[in-house]
Design a protein around this ligand. Structure first.
Ligand code: TXA
Ligand code: MG
Length: 343
């Protein structure tokens, strides 16, 4: 199959992409978080193609993307007031809500669950594609399963060229980590995945928030969990990743001590001078966490190279968006962290 490349700002792009979606094929689409691999979310056969293209485990459900908040009524029932309040405040934007699913949503999309994850992305071209297609689109991050997510059209080309019908190029993603996921089906609102909408922002609106254990620790493969995707290996380059915590100086002296040929250092721009001769790769500025979230996956993809032996990574501290960056980096590191202050 020859993959069609479509510029997001070309006037015909929404129409062409929508036609492909309606015909049951896959399109790589930009969003403000990461690029998605999109199909008609109501078409079982089209959704099956997503699982096949990504090599995604069948028990891992997909997010249904809508163009307008009002559309969730077609796919969800028993929608609590909190969902409308959150949609009003944060949509379009990087927030996904898990709600009770109506029978209109195929079991393939929800991986057999009675709930469905819905989100309205903050990306005009993608909302226009959804509107023109006249169906919600199911879209996971476009990366091959287990690998770092796709934050540019080039990343999607790398993983899927010749295997999907089209890719819409909307430039690099602004947020860079996937949407925040909140489960609203279970009494207390539960954070399943941190992202661009922060726990603090959610708490401020809801007055309560439980953080699911999948956010903070490695989950056993056999476990029954709220967010099925959380138990799988994620975001990881081929090499082992080790997070080195502690002050800049202590971390640098630890890394320089253990550094071996083939190793790489993933650090903040401010730290580059500390790693001269140690092939450092900066993913953003520690002083501006949005540059870290925007740059993390591109950096992890660059390090996904058989020549890399081990990655020593620096991780931002604190809440807000840093919480999401910590979550992705810890998962990439399979929660391996060493504290340079006590080593
Ligand atoms: O930012 C995003 O959310 C991106 C863009 C493309 O919108 N999409 C994305 O999809 O990250 P994906 O498939 O890579 O991650 C979706 C996560 C998975 O961990 C999945 O298990 C979880 O959402 N999920 C989907 N439906 C769910 C449900 N009904 N209940 C609990 N978790 C669900
Ligand atoms: Mg993903």
């Amino acid at each position: 199959m020859k993959t069609l490349y479509l510029a997001a700002d070309h006037p015909q792009t929404p129409e062409i992409a929508a036609r492909i979606i309606r015909s049951g094929d896959l399109v790589g689409i930009p969003t403000e978080t990461v690029y998605g691999l999109a199909a008609n979310g109501l078409d079982e056969a089209a959704v099956a193609k997503i699982f096949e293209a990504k090599g995604r485990p069948q028990d891992n459900p997909l997010i249904l993307h809508v163009a307008d908040a009002a559309d969730i009524e077609k796919f969800c029932h028993g929608i609590p007031d909190a969902a409308w309040v959150l949609a009003e405040k944060f949509w379009p934007g990087p927030l996904t809500m898990v709600l009770p699913a109506k029978d209109t949503v195929p079991k393939r999309t929800t991986a057999g669950l009675s709930t469905v994850a819905v989100r309205c992305p903050d990306c005009a071209v993608t909302r226009e594609i959804i509107r023109m297609a006249g169906v919600p689109i199911a879209a996971p991050s476009a990366n091959i399963s287990g690998k770092p997510s796709t934050t540019t059209a080039e990343h999607v080309r790398h993983d899927h060229d010749g295997r999907i019908a089209a890719i819409v190029d909307g430039g690099p993603c602004r947020v860079g980590v996937e949407s925040t996921i909140i489960d609203l089906t279970d009494g207390q609102p539960r954070l399943l995945r941190p992202g661009g909408i922060t726990p603090e922002q959610l708490y401020q609106v809801l007055g309560e928030l439980v953080v699911d254990k999948a956010v903070t620790a490695q989950i056993d493969k056999e476990a029954v969990v709220k967010a099925p995707g959380m138990k799988y290996k994620h975001y990881a380059p081929q090499a082992e990743v080790l997070i080195v915590a502690g002050s800049r100086e202590k971390a640098a002296s630890y890394i320089r001590r253990y550094f071996a040929p083939g190793d790489r250092v993933l650090c903040f721009e401010e730290e580059l001078p500390l790693y001269e001769g140690f092939s450092p790769l900066a993913y953003g500025k520690e002083a501006d966490v949005n540059t870290l979230s925007a740059g993390l996956f591109a950096a992890l993809r660059e390090l996904d190279d058989p020549a890399v032996r081990k990655v020593y990574a620096r991780c931002p501290e604190g809440g807000g968006v840093a919480y999401a960056v910590q979550n992705r980096l810890k998962k990439a590191a399979a929660f391996q962290i060493v504290d340079a202050e006590v080593e």
